[in-house]
Design a protein around this ligand. Sequence first.
Ligand code: DX5
Ligand code: ZN
Length: 225
Amino acid sequence: MKYYIAPSLLSADFGKLAEEVRSVEKAGADLLHVDVMDGRFVPNITVGPIVVKAIKKYASIPLDVHLMIVEPEKYIDAFAEAGADIITIHAEATSHLQRAVARIRDLGKKAGVSLNPSTPLSAVEWVMRDIDMVLVMSVNPGFGGQTFIQASLSKIERLSAQLRREKLDVDIQVDGGIKVDNVGKVASAGANVIVAGSEVFGSPDYGETIRLMRENIQAALGGQA
Ligand code: DX5
Ligand code: ZN
């Protein structure tokens, strides 16, 4: 299985975003995780397609855009045009999830569906063949630097078993409270796309933090990563 480290720009210095993008790429990031918040689905407001387009200019690795907005279907085209490579929407935020993920794929992008900590896995069951990734939120979305919710581990394990049973090629992303110290646990549970915001951007050496995360994933999997 391939493991991806996706630093979340939410904890980067927005005053020098281009520089941060370059540094984290040089540090070995596989994806750039961009958190889009609308002040309605979550209590915080961040960036829109204009900023995603600006980031795209400086990025050479794929942009993993996490939409924490209501009615995401209204903005899928705009984010695709801005340069998103993966577009993840929340199951709780739309009444027509299948239509929305199908649109993402029609635009040639990878489609992800995210679940809040209290949302059951069944919310994604009937679109599993229409998507590339399930994002298991391990904090309530809205802010960086929150504490990992332990129940997420069982949720990831259960999802991973289900994907194996049904032989589905769908990535499991985990987002919220991921640190060098707990990344091994989420990888053993079955997550392979790891988002980390404050742990990477709050560290003095992004490269060293990413390296330690990879090392702990490897150790947890007994060298299979
Ligand atoms: C939270 C965002 C996360 C956030 C994670 O709503 O979706 O991507 O940046 O930050 P950390 O890794 O600091 O919990
Ligand atoms: Zn996120």
